[in-house]
Write a protein that binds this ligand. Structure first.
Ligand SMILES: [Fe+2]
Length: 468
């Protein structure tokens, strides 16, 4: 815990422990000189520990009885109106203005810190109060780091995770992996989809209120609160945290009515630090001279999965694909990391029809793999979440390397097509995360990729080297 006392004295004594932030705070979208802070005011300072437990998976997942009050459910953290701000320190120091939080956006808000210094650790306090001039509640402290500038070679480390299902958490206070990532202290983390599961774990989300409950109970878990307030991140969405299994924008799901894909899109941006309103979810993250990450959006622009494959069938859509290709060509980064939430190389199960490793998207898959092969001399590496096993594979057609980071717990692992002797270099059907690190030595720059188990033990390591 960071010892800080910024900004509180001027507004009267805080009540120790009464943060009114049961769902924690998250810093994201860091650039060389800015960051977005997500915060949410809650009535209580802790999640509801002794409420009605709703845990079941797949076919056993049910809708809530119609008269259920969300605030009676285990892990709920009802929002409360008031005001919030961020006080930050690290050079330059500063504070945002007080922002009003209310029911319209689930009592959450996001503030952009600007004018920050590159590659600099910052500490911060999120403050809340119930009324405009009232007493400030107990402070919630945290830390993050800004990105190094593109011109400067800088060692950078990143943790990548995916697929956290509430009924598959591996300890009562959440997930071992968050504690492991906090111990690793990466520059930032990347959560590449399935942050919650609206459709195939209990309760099935059929309203905004139930969808928001999924976020409350997940992000109020102590291991998540503690890890995320000490590490900045970037969040991508996938099918389960926007709507339903293998979803596209017009896909119906009777069980979830009247909840819609469009509501899922809006709630995602409400619940994590996100690009500014009006900007697309696809974006790049440039962290120093040696690494740039592409975070494509894999749900918003896709054609229906059950359309026949061909030149018109797409996951990314024409506009995003043009952006992806143009920005990859323009990048001067030594390593270019394509973090698609879903696999491109795979292999995946033959029964699936949702991603670039499946026959249903073979045309676009070949287009992107050929493009990468013909233009980047192996400097582009593919990463994905979504699949519930850890792997390193190499595409026999184009030589593209792909790393699947794996699910967030051992309990959530499974579904693999099995070891593929042609493509797999590593294959492990258990939970964990991926760790990436770039560094220079002499005239060369290395990218070390490690799969770690949920406790942070390295189970596989592969290092790429290029001339810097
Ligand atoms: Fe998943």
């Amino acid at each position: 815990m960071l010892a800080m006392g910024l900004g509180v004295a001027a507004y009267g004594a805080a009540v120790p422990g009464e943060t009114h932030q049961a769902t924690g705070c998250k810093v994201g979208e860091m650039t060389t000189d800015s960051a977005r802070v997500w915060m949410r005011r809650t009535g209580a300072s802790q999640r509801l520990a002794n409420g009605i437990v709703r845990k079941a998976h797949n076919k056993d997942a049910k809708l809530l009885p119609p008269d259920t009050k969300i605030e009676t459910l285990e892990g709920s953290a009802a929002g409360a109106p008031g005001y919030m701000r961020v006080v930050y320190k690290g050079g330059p120091s500063g504070a945002t203005k007080w922002l009003d939080v209310n029911e319209a956006a689930d009592f959450a808000t996001q503030a952009t810190l600007t004018g920050l210094r590159p590659d600099t650790p910052y500490t911060y306090v999120v403050e809340t109060r119930a009324t405009r001039n009232g007493r400030v509640d107990g402070e919630l402290t945290g830390a993050f780091r800004t990105l190094p500038v593109a011109a400067r070679p800088a060692p950078v480390s990143i943790a990548m995770l995916s697929c956290q299902m509430y009924c598959h958490m591996d300890r009562p206070d959440g997930f071992h992996l968050y504690e492991s990532i906090q111990r690793d202290a990466p520059h930032f983390l990347l959560s590449c989809g399935d942050n919650v599961y609206y459709d195939n774990e209990d309760p099935i989300a059929n309203s905004e209120a139930v969808a928001r409950y999924h976020w409350q109970r997940m992000y109020s878990l102590p291991t998540l609160v503690n890890s995320l307030r000490h590490t900045g991140g970037y969040w991508q969405k996938d099918d389960h945290d926007v709507f339903s299994n293998d979803a596209w924008p017009t896909m119906p799901d009777k069980r979830m009515e009247p909840f819609t894909f469009a509501q899922g899109q809006r709630i995602f941006r409400e619940q994590v630090p996100a690009p500014l309103t009006g900007r697309p979810m696809y974006r790049t993250v440039r962290a120093g001279a040696d690494i740039e990450l592409w975070l494509p959006e894999a749900r918003d622009y896709r054609t229906p999965n059950d359309d026949p494959d061909g030149p018109g069938k797409t996951i990314w859509g024409a506009e995003q694909k043009a952006w992806l290709m143009k920005s990859l060509r323009a990048s001067t980064a030594t390593w270019k990391i394509l973090v698609n939430p879903n696999p491109i190389v795979g292999p995946d199960r033959t029964t699936k029809n949702d991603n670039h490793a499946n026959p249903g998207f073979a045309h676009e898959s070949r287009e992107i793999r050929e493009f990468l092969k013909n233009n980047f001399e192996g400097s582009v590496i593919s990463f994905c979440g979504d699949r519930h096993w850890q792997y390193h594979s190499v595409d026999p057609e184009t030589g593209l390397h792909e790393f699947g980071c794996g699910p967030a717990s051992d309990e959530h692992a499974g579904g693999t097509p099995g070891l593929d002797k042609v493509r797999h270099r590593f294959h492990r059907v258990l939970g964990g995360y991926a760790s990436l690190a770039v560094s220079r030595e002499g005239g060369s720059c290395s990218l070390r990729v490690q799969h770690r188990d949920v406790k942070g033990v390295t189970v596989h390591s592969h290092t790429f080297t290029r001339k810097a």
